[in-house]
Design a protein around this ligand. Structure first.
Ligand code: ZN
Length: 474
């Protein structure tokens, strides 16, 4: 990328800052909360507004493709079908706002304050979508041309686990042919150090219920003479994990886990990670987890099993002298490469069945909600992204992982599409929390980053083009 090109785009962005902010504010004013079914019309309205913004930015077409849930926006800028195509992924749905009264300004009334824009979804993920739209606009308006084709894919169900994305992708492979995928839905910094994400954990959800009686029974009349499901469930749950070593005790659970190399472990130590502050942010006095691993290894490289809720009897009653009839637990596993979520689901189910006494009624429902992904941390894609990030933020990025899941990434990777996770989020943006915001400087730098990234990648793209057999027809 030439210095002149970067400067031209930077000038364009700075001259148009107010328009960029007002476009993003318009998108954030629509409460596109996918978790609330009654908001479906607003989710759709947000998709429609995004389609209009895509056309204004210079995309040639913008179509809302229906799914069994919320539609997926597919916007295309086709310069020449023989040129490489970059597919950009993001999402226009947002997390619920939580208690609106706790927000400094209302979540769906975007407000500029302290050189930032404050609104639900401004960082996760509408800001990233606007960066890509404006990157195209800036390149077209300041240089008059694009060196390749861009397909923007923005879904409306990421925050509920992308339940329809895989089917959408399979049904539209022809429309979605690409040479590489840029996913912009991640953090881009650890404190002020630029980072690039190379791994995501998968997610398995399990509902377990133990029933021993037809209805709650008086503990004075029946206590001591019948099975108590709360006790049975507590013993079962406790048997799944070693309380001292923090290890999961399910047979075969760790079989396919890939460990970090000694170089990767060393690079983790060099990251500017403020463990104390990070723990303090949730009111924790100290770390606890699987023995033999650091905190970053535990959240990025190791799988885990967590108990999300336990429930039996009436915990709200002043006195509750019963033997409850039923006890329920919700568990989840965060999984890492190369674990197969389907296999771990079977292992978990088998473990629960073998732990339950034969005279209780056990119900188990396990569902895969995301597959783990590990991307190469070296190679031409990473080099190109590294150059773009260094150009815009002045420092080369360090590879990191994320403990969470973005289900579509596994869909892209498994389809053989080289994928990059490039975002500019920061933990202090408060995504998924109250007072979500995005610095306006970072919004503008983000536009510059996406334009620079595209240009860097386009230069190398021909050399690493995906064979036609993998471009959608396979
Ligand atoms: Zn997101």
């Amino acid at each position: 990328v030439t210095v002149e090109l970067v400067d031209m785009i930077r000038e364009y962005c700075i001259a148009h800052t107010n328009l960029v902010v007002s476009d993003l504010a318009e998108l954030c004013a629509i409460p596109s909360v996918s978790a609330h079914a009654e908001r479906a019309a607003e989710v759709l309205a947000c998709g429609e507004l995004l389609a209009r913004k895509a056309l204004e930015a210079g995309f040639h077409s913008a179509t809302l493709v229906p799914t069994s849930g919320n539609p997926v926006l597919v916007a295309r800028h086709t310069v020449d079908p023989n040129l490489p195509t970059v597919l950009v992924y993001g999402h226009y749905d947002v997390q619920p706002s939580g208690d609106e009264s706790l927000w400094t300004s209302p979540p769906f009334f975007p407000t500029v304050r302290d050189e930032a824009l404050w609104a639900r979804g401004v960082s996760d993920d509408k800001g990233h979508l606007v960066m890509h739209l404006k990157a195209l606009e800036a390149m077209l308006r300041s240089t008059g041309s694009m060196p390749f084709n861009v397909t923007l894919v923005a879904e409306g169900e990421e925050e509920i686990g992308s339940p329809n994305f895989e089917a959408f992708f399979a049904a539209n492979r022809n429309l979605l042919k690409a040479d590489l995928v840029v996913v912009s839905d991640t953090l881009g910094f650890l404190n002020d150090q630029p980072t690039i994400c190379t791994g995501l954990r998968g997610l398995l959800l399990a509902d377990v219920s133990v029933t021993t009686l037809a209805s709650d029974a008086h503990s004075g009349l029946f206590g001591g003479a019948v099975r108590n499901p709360a006790e049975v469930l507590a013993r079962m749950m406790a048997s799944l994990k070693d309380g001292t070593t923090g290890r999961v005790l399910i047979d075969g659970f760790y079989d396919d886990v890939v460990s970090p190399s000694s170089e990767e472990r060393a690079s983790l130590i060099s990251l500017p990670f403020d463990e104390k502050g990070w723990l303090a942010s949730i009111g924790s006095d100290g770390p606890f987890g699987e023995q033999g691993w650091t905190t970053l290894e535990r959240i990025w490289w190791r799988p885990t099993l967590e108990f999300n809720s336990l429930d039996s009897g009436d915990a709200g009653a002043l006195v509750n002298t019963v033997v409850p009839s039923r006890a329920r637990a919700r568990l989840s596993c965060r999984l890492v490469a190369d674990q197969s979520p389907a296999r771990v689901a079977t292992l978990l189910e088998d473990a629960l069945k073998s732990l339950a006494p034969s005279d209780v009624k056990l119900e188990v429902a396990v569902r895969v909600a995301g597959r783990p992904v590990a991307l190469p941390s070296t190679g031409p894609l990473m080099d190109g992204a590294g150059r773009a990030i260094e150009r815009v933020f002045g420092r080369a990025p360090l590879p990191v992982r994320m403990g969470g899941s973005i289900p579509p990434v596994a869909t892209f990777v498994e389809a053989g599409l080289p994928s990059l996770l490039v975002g500019v989020g920061k933990e202090e943006d408060n995504f998924h929390a109250i007072d979500e915001h995005l610095d306006i400087d970072r919004l503008i730098d983000g536009i510059l980053l996406m334009a620079t990234l595209w240009t860097e990648l386009a230069r190398d793209l021909d050399a690493m083009r995906v064979p036609m057999s993998q471009r959608g027809d396979a």
